[in-house]
Design a protein. Structure first.
Ligand SMILES: [Zn+2]
Ligand SMILES: [Zn+2]
Length: 131
């Protein structure tokens, strides 16, 4: 082994991995706790930002440039949304309410399928006319 290390640097040398029992356990534990901390920090920061924004709105009595979503105060609602929702809430709405929202270009399952069928039909016609 020592002989190998004496070889010039341009020669390939074997790399000996440290034993897994020594390192991986420590590393993985460190990484996991670090990630949780990071997530918590990010979450806290987001909440602080939101609280600050709401405070500012209340204090100054300024109307926000955009109307806010009626479901969550953090996002501006879609200007053309018939449900006064932001896009995220509008998409979530589909889970219990299968109505289209043309303002958000969000369509329920029923009309999505109809749309798909229509498109397939149109494509078939195009292929036929091209041939
Ligand atoms: Zn919408
Ligand atoms: Zn929303």
């Amino acid at each position: 082994m020592d002989d190998l290390l004496k070889l010039p640097y341009w020669r390939c040398k074997p790399y000996v991995r440290p034993k897994p029992s020594e390192t991986t356990e420590q590393n993985s534990r460190k990484r996991n706790s670090g990630m949780i901390e990071e997530n918590l920090k990010r979450k806290k920061h987001k909440e602080q930002k939101k609280a600050k924004f709401q405070e500012k709105m209340a204090k100054e009595g300024v109307k926000p440039k955009y109307e806010m979503c009626v479901k969550c105060p953090g996002n501006p609602r879609g200007l053309k949304c018939g449900f006064l929702f932001c896009k995220a809430c509008c998409r979530k709405r589909l889970e219990y309410d299968d109505t289209d929202c043309p303002g958000h270009r969000i369509y329920g399952k029923a009309s999505r399928e109809a749309h798909l069928k229509e498109r397939k039909l149109r494509e078939a016609v195009q292929v036929e006319s091209a041939a």
